[in-house]
Design a protein around this ligand. Structure first.
Ligand code: 13P
Ligand code: SF4
Length: 399
């Protein structure tokens, strides 16, 4: 059979494993705007898993060292098997910035990651995203127009010149450019505390978008009191100043954009309590996109690369309850058979947008490249790329 039911559901909703079988959940945070993806030739949907693997291998053989495949840790197994380099968003961005040798970079991840790779790679390199519909619902929560009008309000309130804008890597290239233009910087989950310290060396306040949880968790780690981290509600109508009021703005050290990741918001302290009750002494490790109470109740938190390395370095027989995306957690369980590794959430859902990178799209992409046609190239216009690179380069020097 060419495709499983789970695969066919990937654009309409998501099929999740539960303790009682498979059920379909709606995409609670479906992007407000989807990136455009052309239909791929129907023959690709007829191919079975083995044929897809073979065709990708043949096309890669033709391209040789001209092609490199990058794979984010959340990619499904039938994609990650093709990745030359696996990593978190920082590691993959660093790779793209430091390897001008490959002509084609096929990025198995989501749109903002491919954009960052395009900005950081050399001009002769082409970055390809196998499915343009692979966006990030959190990144979409910071619509550039909303961020610009927030900044205008901050200017009118007379505080913008005391604020450093910090955008999480999970954001559009135009927002990275905005940060580059306004003395700001990009961060990832690996370097957010260092980026916040960099920002406080240069400004009194930070505007942090789009993830309120990473912003709050990082603020707490760097000693900012919770009452100095008000939320900027971008949902209209919010009244003025994102609904926070002048007093809160004056007191604010970190202004948090009201965005979140729907995958990581599923994790709760009840799940942590249940894991600890069932397995006394278990290690709980979560991604910092989880809520503050979850991060504080965990033993460790960090990026997907940090989670992978920490579990790999764990003692044989150690036990790990993990608060992050299920494709990564399942892989860690398989790759660490001497340890107990499981997901904190009993209804384990993949990231629905990462999941859109299907082997049929990858086969179409690499076969097209092997035939001399570049499809699904992700390009950032020159002006945006120039300023976004300023903010990305600042980030790379802070790491
Ligand atoms: P990492 O940078 O930790 O890989 O995180 C990216 C991401 O999208 C997590 O949801
Ligand atoms: Fe975006 Fe969340 Fe998916 Fe990461 S897990 S790519 S933040 S939707």
């Amino acid at each position: 059979m060419a495709m499983t039911m789970t695969e066919t559901l990937s654009l309409a909703g998501i099929a999740c494993e539960t303790n009682t079988g498979i059920r379909t959940l709606p995409l609670s945070s479906e992007p407000s705007f989807a990136y455009w993806q052309q239909d791929i030739p129907p023959e690709y949907w007829e191919l079975g898993a083995g044929e897809l693997v073979e065709r990708v291998a043949v096309a890669r053989g033709k391209l040789g060292s001209r092609l490199i495949v990058l794979g984010h840790h959340y990619q499904r197994e039938d994609i990650i098997q093709f990745a030359d380099i696996r990593g978190d968003s920082l590691k993959l961005a660093q790779w793209a910035a430091g390897h001008p040798e490959a002509e084609f970079i096929v990025f198995c991840g989501v749109h903002f990651m491919a954009e960052a790779a395009d900005i950081l790679s050399a001009p002769h390199q082409k970055v390809v995203l196998p499915n343009m519909a692979a966006g990030c619902s959190m990144a979409d929560m910071a619509d550039p127009e909303d961020v610009y009008s927030c900044w205008e309000e901050l200017e009118e309130a007379g505080v913008a010149d005391r604020i450093i804008p910090v955008t999480y890597m999970n954001s559009a290239a135009s927002l990275k450019a905005f940060c580059g233009k306004h003395g700001g910087i990009v961060c990832t989950s690996s370097n957010a505390p260092a980026v916040l310290r960099w920002s406080f060396d240069r400004g009194e306040k930070v505007l942090f978008f789009p993830d309120q949880h990473l912003g709050r968790n990082t603020g707490v780690k760097t000693g900012v009191p919770l009452d100095q981290m008000p939320l900027w509600n971008y949902n209209r109508p919010y009244g003025s100043l994102g609904g926070m009021g002048e007093e809160a703005l004056e007191r604010a050290r970190v202004i948090l954009w009201q965005g979140h990741c729907s995958v990581h918001q599923r994790f709760t302290t009840d799940q942590i309590r249940a894991a600890r009750e069932r397995y006394p002494g278990i290690n709980v490790i979560v991604h910092p996109e989880c809520r503050l109470d979850v991060v504080q109740a965990a033993d460790f938190d960090g990026s997907t690369e940090f989670i992978s390395k920490t579990i790999a370095a764990g003692a044989p027989g150690s036990q790990w309850a993990v608060g992050t995306e299920i494709n990564l957690v399942s892989r860690l369980a398989r790759e660490n058979p001497d340890k107990l590794v499981f997901c904190l959430d009993p209804v384990v859902c993949p990231c629905s947008t990462m999941y859109r990178i299907h082997p049929a799209y990858l086969a179409w992409t690499v076969e097209s490249l092997a035939e001399g046609r570049v499809v699904n190239q992700v390009t950032v216009d020159e002006e945006t790329a120039r300023y976004a690179k300023v903010a990305l380069d600042r980030m790379l020097t802070v790491v």
